[in-house]
Design a protein around this ligand. Structure first.
Ligand code: KIV
Length: 288
């Protein structure tokens, strides 16, 4: 069945219709296309690309140019899925003007449908101004990887009542700022549920339990493509890394033994043409 581009309104309506939203990350055309064919609602070009694609220790060094480059590729693959692009660290933290300008770049140069930024109460004004500029914004609360160092590392957030209450305040501030949805990462499941019940916009969980309005996973974690670690909240639906390594090894063996390329992988030339070519070369050699 032919589907059409999912709209922000449909994402918001999913919550009232109690329809769970599905989001995965994508960083290039091939994965954008596969996510789209699999029927996800949204593809997130996350700044997690710093870790799973660029091999960096964290997401801090990812730049606007990195994001635009990858967003452009994913957008080519996503005919139906809404594409959300992450605002990288320090692209919205200096001033509201800077944030609006960079959100505009992700939309205009990258071609994504919406942007995501990390932070709650402290970034609600920023989110509100981007929304007022006509750009759909998704928030990100709980564990915010760009500032994980200040949060004590990549650890569960909102453990005690005070910390949990602060996360609920973050969610409320973002809702009031006009975000169309928000990600909540690495919080206890009962807190995920409370946040989803508290705000009217869809709350997409990653390590926030089942009682939220949708889920997101980093695709490279979910399909077993990332080599370093698998977070507790990830379910691995495939392990494609060993399959790819085996395929590359087999190719290497074939190259060494001469089994590749075979006749079916090679372009032929008529015998007569080869003969003429050889004669020409022979004549040239004699003349020298
Ligand atoms: O960058 C990313 O992939 C994310 C997800 C973890 C939600 O922000």
């Amino acid at each position: 069945m032919k589907r059409s581009k999912i709209t922000i309104r449909e994402i918001r309506d999913a919550k009232t219709e109690s329809r769970k939203l599905v989001m995965v990350t994508a960083y290039d055309y091939a994965f954008g296309l596969m996510a789209d064919e699999a029927g996800v609602d949204m593809a997130l070009v996350g700044d997690s690309l710093g870790m799973v694609v660029m091999g960096l220790e964290n997401t801090v060094a990812v730049t606007m140019d990195d994001m635009i480059h990858h967003i452009r590729a994913v957008v080519q693959g996503c005919r139906n899925a809404l594409v959300v692009g992450d605002m990288p660290f320090m692209s919205y933290n200096i001033s509201i003007e800077q944030a609006v300008e960079n959100a505009g770049r992700l939309i205009k140069e990258g071609g994504c449908d919406a942007v995501k930024l990390e932070g709650g109460v402290d970034f609600a004004d920023t989110a509100a101004r981007i929304v007022r500029a006509g750009i759909p914004v998704r928030g990100h609360i709980g564990l915010t990887p760009q500032t994980a160092t200040s949060l004590g590392g990549f650890k569960m957030q909102g453990k005690d009542a005070e910390a949990a209450r602060a996360i609920i305040d973050d969610a409320r501030a973002l809702e009031a700022a006009g975000v169309f949805s928000m990600v909540i990462e690495a919080v206890p499941a009962p807190l995920g549920k409370l946040v989803a019940e508290t705000v009217s916009v869809p709350v997409i969980g990653i390590g926030a339990g089942p009682d939220v309005d949708g889920q997101v996973l980093v695709t490279h974690d979910m399909v077993g493509l990332f080599d370093r670690f698998v977070p507790k909240f990830v379910k691995q639906y495939a392990k494609i890394r060993p399959t790819i390594i085996e395929a590359i090894k087999a190719y290497g063996d074939d190259v060494k033994t001469g089994a590749f390329p075979a006749a079916e992988h090679s372009f032929s030339m008529p015998e007569e043409t080869v003969a003429v070519l050889k004669k020409n070369l022979g004549d040239e050699n004699e003349a020298e």
